[in-house]
Design a protein around this ligand. Structure first.
Ligand code: ADP
Ligand code: GN1
Ligand code: MG
Length: 367
């Protein structure tokens, strides 16, 4: 991925100064991220450049229009609330020389650039409960900033992204097709999923009967999508806005619980290390309710524990589907990588099942 000519690409953005160098950055599964260094009036500055995966995101101009609407609205609200650091608390999209929020290279790739948020970083694994609190609070604040987003519904950048009934159906089709002859090897995982099929309809049914509303949600709330301040440890800015679109808030808190309560890495091969940490769950809920508690309805609050189990299940189904289809969606670094990831997610489902009643009792004490 380092074969891209970032110097030439950067010339298409309305940036001042001289291009110095570009380095691959971050560890996401979908886009290619680079840190791009410039010298401006003798001072080094850096930017984040990203090649948006247009095989996955089919309409990048519409996606970038979503991101511009979301970031501008957030910054306006922060500034109106006298937040002195509005451009550090929400991403700033850079414009191309012809006034667009992205550029194309000669191969037809789409590139975007953001101001680099300095003095803060992202983490792959949560080591301290304070991080969980801050991350969850930040995602809650992000949702809250967008409750009054003007301009109509955002475009669904990946339709049915968290539709767990459809995710289940796609997995069944991948098992049926078995294009890589791998189904035999994952019989235990398939059985595990099939036994729990009824889980996939719970939130969809609540949405269909109007008990939980569609809102603007982030939809990819891993810990490494929120920056925490190096000095204070406080949440600074929510990143990775490609999937910010209409959704259920429970998908956001559920994905946080999935990603942040795991005691091990998402691709850990030693499953004895994988379990869902109760103290992280409790801290996430407290942090999330500190910012989102006043706009959530009772039924949303009642399903916080369920959402963590559901999103782990969904992610497990997605990794299993990709493994069966020949690893065509998520970037992989080794054979069986998606299967390893699937196994950690299904292990998390089990771990949450073991604790769900306790978790539910805890949630009930919070409101
Ligand atoms: P991906 O879709 O590949 O996960 P992200 O948008 O999450 O891409 O970016 C990958 C990583 O790059 C993040 O985890 C974060 O560490 C870093 N990053 C992204 N945007 C910025 C930014 N504006 N300032 C500083 N670091 C950033
Ligand atoms: C992908 O892009 P990244 O790495 O933040 C994926 C998420 C998954 C996650 C699992 C657009 O997120 O939905 O939960 O991997 N993003 C997309 O680690 O599919
Ligand atoms: Mg990311």
């Amino acid at each position: 991925m380092s074969n891209f000519d970032l110097g030439a690409i950067s010339k298409q953005f309305a940036l001042l100064g001289d291009f110095l160098k570009a380095e691959p950055y971050g560890g996401g599964h979908i886009n290619d991220t680079f840190c791009v260094y410039f010298r401006q009036a003798g001072t080094p500055v850096r930017y984040i450049f990203q090649r948006v995966n247009h095989n996955i995101f089919k309409d990048v101009p519409a996606l970038m229009n979503n991101i511009e609407r979301v970031t501008k609205h957030s910054q306006q609200k922060l500034a109106a609330a006298n937040e002195p650091n509005a451009t550090r608390k929400s991403l700033t999209v850079l414009q191309s020389i012809d006034g667009k929020p992205y550029v194309n290279d000669a191969e037809g790739n789409f590139w975007r650039a953001y101001l680099f948020i300095e003095g803060a970083q992202t983490y792959d694994l949560i080591e301290k409960t304070e991080w969980a609190y801050e991350a969850a609070k930040s995602f809650g604040e992000f949702q809250k900033l967008l409750v009054d987003l003007p301009g109509g519904r955002l475009v669904e950048t990946i339709p049915n992204f968290h539709n767990t009934r459809i995710r289940f159906g796609t997995l069944m089709a991948a098992i049926e097709a078995d294009s890589q002859n791998r189904a035999i090897e994952v019989k235990a995982e398939i059985d595990f999923v099939m036994k729990r099929e009824s889980m996939v309809d719970v939130l969809l049914d609540l949405q269909a009967c109007g008990a939980i509303p569609e809102r603007v949600t982030h939809n990819d709330t891993k810990l490494n999508n929120v920056m925490l301040d190096d000095k204070t440890g406080k949440g600074v800015c929510v990143l990775d806005l490609d999937t910010t679109m209409p959704g259920l808030v429970l998908y956001d808190i559920g994905d946080m619980i999935r990603a942040a309560t795991n005691a091990a890495a998402e691709d850990e091969q030693d499953l004895s290390k994988v379990y869902s940490r109760r103290e992280m769950f409790e801290t996430l809920v407290t942090g999330y309710l500190s910012s989102a508690g006043d706009f959530l309805n009772q039924i949303e609050k009642d399903h916080l524990a369920h959402s963590g189990k559901l999103l782990s299940f969904e992610c497990g189904m997605r990794f299993l589907t990709d493994y069966l289809q020949g690893d065509v969606y998520f970037k992989t670094k080794r054979d069986g990588h998606n299967l390893d990831r699937c196994r950690t997610q299904l292990r998390l489902v089990e771990s949450i099942e073991e604790q769900e009643d306790d978790w539910q009792r805890f949630v009930a004490t919070q409101y």
